[in-house]
Design a protein around this ligand. Structure first.
Ligand SMILES: Cc1ncc(COP(=O)(O)O)c(C=O)c1O
Length: 404
């Protein structure tokens, strides 16, 4: 009998550090422990009622496939009801610029696949949303990291990015607002990056799934979008999603927006291979577009208050962090050598009044070896009183870990 072996790609597929502690957390939960999940961006905020009702009232004799790039009605509604506020004074987005995908995740995969071949490179500022490297692995491409530092508030000097470009670089990919840094890029920074991409013939994939979540701007503001930057028409690909915006991660509804016809055609053809995004999810997505604006004002206020609770709580226990300007994550330096070991130990062995805390080790958000070893990422997606309890667990846990 001949033995089968997995592909190298299969054998070496990296586990997501966001979900790395999932089985330990499940065991803790099964044994009666209350586990607070700050490792993952799964908010507890209520999904707009209209989305849930659209799913409840969905009625059809056949639950059929949708078109591979999504229902035209949904794309039209996105273009007219949503993007008119995003593009500012630039030419409007039309339904032809949008390809509906299974979450922003699939939009990322399609965008990266559309602009690279195996062996190519994509420039990313680390620490970065770790699943970029999962997709890079799948596609056989390399992440070329440019390190951003807490001392600079994780701001990136465009010249540093330019210096990282090689003959193999095909695209720059950046989340704005940033995960895990919370950095919000200003319009001028996007403009400078677009000029670099133009000069070197690179695509720019802007991951804007947290666009609404900005804290240092007047209520109702949006993070600047690549779609509003002149010169980005051909090179810009924007990733978007209902997951965080409407606290609807389980809908698995996302899309990419690009004015580049070729990229859109490639994404459509990738989409034809998986036939269709979810039909019911798009109906929910349509309903989401009628969410009143004050929903976001309240939600953003709530996240800001949670951020402040977390930042001041960490300060109280002696940990200084870069205060995030957007999204809902925080990179936290811990007084330990190996944050992964500490995070595992905390979930496996440490309880405070029957509770423990699940965190995401930050090393997996870097490509450079040894970076992020003593850091974790926390997602402030839980209520303020729970965040306060999490700080107490962290404080007591650190003490017990050192006293072992
Ligand atoms: C920066 C960023 N991009 C994309 C995604 C993908 O989200 P989804 O596939 O749920 O739309 C996430 C999810 O956490 C994210 O943080």
């Amino acid at each position: 009998m001949t033995t089968m072996t997995l592909s190298r790609r299969g054998q070496e597929a990296p586990a997501s550090p966001i979900r790395a502690l999932a089985s330990l957390a499940r065991q803790a939960q099964d044994s009666g422990t209350t586990v607070h999940y700050m490792n993952i961006g799964q908010p507890d905020i209520e999904t707009p009622r209209g989305m849930i009702e659209a799913i409840q009232h969905f009625d059809a004799k056949v639950l059929a496939y949708a078109p591979s790039d999504g229902f035209v009605e949904y794309r039209e509604a996105l273009a007219s009801k949503y993007y008119s506020d995003v593009v500012e004074d630039q030419p409007p987005i039309t339904q032809d610029d949008i390809v509906i995908t299974v979450g922003g995740s699939e939009a990322l995969l399609f965008a990266m696949a559309a602009v690279t071949d195996p062996g190519d490179e994509i420039i990313v500022c680390e620490p970065y949303y770790t699943n970029y490297s999962g997709y890079a692995h799948m596609l056989g491409i390399d992440i070329a990291p440019v390190t951003s530092r807490p001392n600079d508030g994780y701001r990136i000097d465009p010249a540093k990015i330019e210096a990282g470009i090689t003959g193999k670089t095909r695209a720059l990919i950046l989340p704005n607002p940033g995960n895990p840094t919370g950095l919000v890029l200003a319009k001028e920074e996007l403009e400078a990056l677009v000029r670099i991409c133009q000069k070197h013939g690179l695509f720019f994939i802007a991951d804007e799934v947290y666009r609404e979540f900005v804290y240092n701007a007047p209520a109702g503001s949006l993070a600047p979008s690549l779609l509003a930057i002149p010169g980005a028409e051909d090179l810009g690909i924007v990733i978007d999603s209902t997951s965080k915006r409407y606290s609807a991660c389980g809908a698995r509804m996302g899309w990419l927006v690009t004015r580049n016809r070729e990229v859109r055609r490639a994404a459509l053809h990738f989409g034809q291979a998986r036939l269709s995004p979810g039909t019911v999810a798009q109906v929910a997505g349509m309903a989401a577009l009628d969410t009143p604006k004050d929903y976001f004002i309240k939600v953003v206020e709530e996240y800001k208050a949670r951020r402040d609770t977390l930042v001041s709580g960490l300060k109280r226990i002696g940990i200084d962090v870069v205060v995030p300007e957007g999204a809902f994550y925080l990179a936290v330096p811990l007084p330990v050598e190996d944050a992964e070991d500490f995070a595992q130990w905390l979930v496996r062995d440490f309880r405070l009044d029957g509770e423990t805390l699940c965190m995401a080790p930050l090393a997996g958000f870097y490509s450079s070896p040894e970076m992020g070893r003593s850091e974790v990422r926390l997602a402030y997606v839980l209520e303020k009183n729970i965040i306060e309890r999490c700080i107490n667990i962290l404080e007591a846990g650190l003490k017990a870990y050192h006293d072992r």
